[in-house]
Each structure stands twice: as structure tokens, then as C-alpha cells.
Design a protein around this ligand. Structure first.
Ligand SMILES: [Zn+2]
Length: 397
């Protein structure tokens, strides 16, 4: 794989940074020939115009899946290169279909941006992990670590670059919130996920980690440090974003921090449910059919709604759809337990919620989750054809 030098195009509102990607593998499915990142024109002083750091990260997994060495025709950070070598070892051991590949750099360190970074970034999707980490850093006793910017990127499912209109509507809801806390929202977009999708790299479990890191590397003049809210909770499982791998994906200019893995998802839900601004903004939905409202049907919605329900906090939220009876009590929906859980990670999360429901004596919720888990383990678990799924997770209990 060859990453060509960065090409910069400027419009009134945006800067488009692109690199032509040349694959060596014959008979590939039709792939884009160019990887691009789009940043707002106002952020021009904060970018490194010739840096291939984001491009290397975005193309790392496609190259590893194809077993292609990566030839980089331009500047890339030496520290990032070392990190990428280390991180390949982890991912290869967890997902053997991702092969370790040679990286052939051909350039100096990336050009410095016009600005010297002073900011602190937090990756922010509006979901549970985002709000949890953001609150921790807003309350941080060291004022130098308090967030100045939220990185909310249009880079992959459920919001790939093609859903820009929905994304802008979503941002409009988050902007007043960010403003109230003295933060700005940075919202680049990219077609990076198109390459992953063509190769059936599973975005939600694998590809999202390095592509999120790539987005952070777009602004070396903006922030010194970017917090990636952990989607990993107090126990280990192979995943695209982990406390072991994210910190390796920084550079001499940007430190990446994976935050929050010491707490379970139930812990985080309970903590976030005490924070009033989340009541009209929390969006955990894997489908994102609406800029604000959760679908209330996907597994991520249900794991969160079950937890909030058991904690007596669901009625605080305006972003989850649910019905009540005449006495105002929340009704569990009529749902098909065979359709809730589709993979081991979802099963792990639902098991945690099940234990919480039992502790709260919420027998109806516990019964519903038990039925879904039983169905998953008996009928679905060993029928998953998705790459990096069955083989990788088969050792888990
Ligand atoms: Zn949903």
C-alpha cells in the first residue's frame, strides 16, 4: 500500500486534506482511490498541512488485513511510527487475521502548525462513555486538564460522512451545552470508514479505535492531549480501542489518553444519571435514527434503559422512548428476546445489567435479560460469520 503526499484544497468553509491510496493486492472489491479528511477553515492554523499521521492510522487496519507493507510518501511522526509498530503486535495477537506489516517511511517529521497547542480535547459522541469522561475532566482538580474542546467527528457508523445533515442537527443540540462549559466543538469528517467497510472490518469492535485516533491527529496545533472515553469496562476483551493500545497511537505533539476503563458501564450509567445536562442530550443509540432521540430498540439503547430503569432514573430522560401505565409506572415493552443480543460483547454488557437488576430486585427486567441471554448462548453464539468475531471471541466465557 502506498500513501501519496498530502494534497490540500481550500474552500471558503473547509480544508480538504487527501492522500491517494494505492493497493498492491489484486482483485480487491472496488475501493475508493483517495482517503480524505475535511476540517473547518477556521482550524487551518492548527493543522499540519503535510502530515500523514492521520492517514497512516486510518489505513493501518486495511493494510494489516491485506498483509500489505505501507509505504509512506511524506512526513510522519517518528513517535507515532514506533507506537504503530507496538500496537500491531497487540491487534495481531487478538485478531490474527490482522497481520503485522512493515512500514516504510519516506519523509521528515510533519511540518509544525502555525499555532502552539494549549488545548485539552475529549472525544465526544454524546453517549454514555463520553459524558462520563467529560464530567470527570470538567470536575478535575487540576485546571490544566479541564477540557477546552470536544472532538465530535463524522467518521463512521452510525454517523458516516454521508449523514452530514443528521450530524449537523446533532451538533446544533450539543453546541449550547459545550458553550455553557466553555468548550468548543471540533467536527472533522472523513471517508476512512469506507475502506474498512469494503474489507468487512467491523467498525464498532475494531476499526473505530484507530480512525478516532486519526481524527485527533488532524489538529496538532490545537490540543496537547486528547481523552478517548473508554468503551472497555474493568475487564479485558479484544477491541479496537483499549487502555493498552490508544496511548500508543499518540505522537510527540499529541498525547492520547484512554479514560474510564476502571468503571463498569453500569457504574458510568449511574454516575451520568446524576448530571442534569445529560437528561436532554444522552444518546447511546447504535442506529441514531434521530439527532437527539434514541431508537429504544437496539441493544445499546436497552442496556442503558434497563440500567436507568433499575436505578429509578429513566423518567429523568427525554431522549429515550418508553410508555407508562395509568399509574405513571414505566412499562417494559413487548419485545422479542431473540432479537436483542448478537455478539459476545453485547452478552457481557447485558450480563452486567442482569446482575444489577437482581441487586435492585427488578425481577421483570432480570427475567427479560435472562431470556435474551439464554437465546443468544443456545442459538446465535456459534453462528457468527463476521470477520474478527467468532474466531476471536470463541475463548471468552
Ligand atoms: Zn438504539
Amino acid at each position: 500500500m502506498i500513501l501519496s503526499p498530502v494534497k490540500k484544497q481550500v474552500t471558503d468553509s473547509h480544508i480538504l486534506l487527501s492522500s491517494q491510496i494505492t493497493f498492491q493486492t489484486p482483485s480487491l472489491p472496488s475501493m475508493p482511490d483517495t482517503l480524505w479528511f475535511k476540517v473547518a477553515r477556521e482550524h487551518e492554523p492548527y493543522i499540519s498541512e503535510n502530515s500523514l499521521n492521520p492517514f497512516l492510522l486510518a489505513m493501518l487496519f486495511p493494510a494489516m488485513l491485506l498483509g500489505e507493507p505501507i509505504q509512506i510518501m511524506g512526513p510522519v511522526s517518528l513517535e507515532l511510527l514506533e507506537g504503530v509498530y507496538s500496537v500491531q503486535h497487540h491487534f495481531n495477537s487478538w485478531f490474527p487475521e490482522l497481520k503485522k506489516v512493515t512500514i516504510l517511511p519516506d519523509g521528515d517529521e510533519p511540518a509544525l502548525p502555525n499555532k502552539i497547542a494549549t488545548g485539552q480535547g475529549v472525544c465526544f459522541s454524546g453517549g454514555l462513555d463520553s459524558f462520563y469522561s467529560l464530567k470527570c475532566y470538567l470536575d478535575h482538580p487540576n485546571p490544566r486538564l479541564r477540557p477546552t474542546h470536544l472532538l465530535t467527528a463524522l467518521i463512521g457508523p452510525p454517523l458516516p460522512w454521508q449523514r452530514e445533515e443528521m450530524f449537523l442537527q446533532m451538533l446544533a443540540h450539543y453546541l449550547p451545552f459545550a458553550h455553557n462549559y466553555g468548550m468548543k466543538i471540533v467536527s472533522p469528517s472523513s471517508n476512512a470508514c469506507d475502506f474498512s467497510e469494503k474489507l468487512n472490518l467491523w467498525w464498532g469492535h475494531i476499526a473505530h479505535g484507530v480512525i478516532t485516533a486519526a481524527a485527533a491527529h488532524l489538529y496538532p496545533g490545537l490540543w496537547q492531549r486528547v481523552v478517548i472515553p473508554s468503551s472497555h469496562y474493568g475487564f479485558f476483551y479484544p477491541f479496537g480501542s483499549t487502555p493498552f493500545t490508544d496511548p500508543l497511537l499518540g505522537s510527540d505533539m499529541i498525547q492520547l489518553v484512554n479514560h474510564g476503563s476502571s468503571h463498569t458501564r453500569v457504574d458510568k450509567t449511574l454516575a451520568v444519571s446524576q448530571w442534569e445536562p445529560t437528561y436532554s442530550l444522552l444518546n447511546v443509540c447504535a442506529r441514531r435514527p434521530h439527532p437527539v432521540m434514541n431508537c429504544g430498540q437496539c441493544e445499546k439503547c436497552w442496556r442503558t434503559m434497563f440500567t436507568l430503569l433499575c436505578a429509578g432514573a429513566l423518567e429523568r430522560y427525554t431522549t429515550f422512548p418508553y410508555q407508562t401505565n395509568q399509574r405513571g409506572e414505566i412499562l417494559l415493552p413487548h419485545w422479542d428476546p431473540t432479537s436483542l443480543i448478537h455478539n459476545d460483547v453485547q452478552a457481557i454488557h447485558q450480563t452486567e445489567v442482569l446482575e444489577f437488576a437482581k441487586r435492585c430486585h427488578q425481577h421483570q427486567v432480570a427475567t427479560a435479560i435472562s431470556q435474551a441471554l439464554d437465546h443468544y448462548h443456545q442459538n446465535i453464539r456459534h453462528q457468527q460469520p463476521t470477520p474478527a468475531n467468532r474466531e476471536t471471541y470463541s475463548w471468552m466465557r
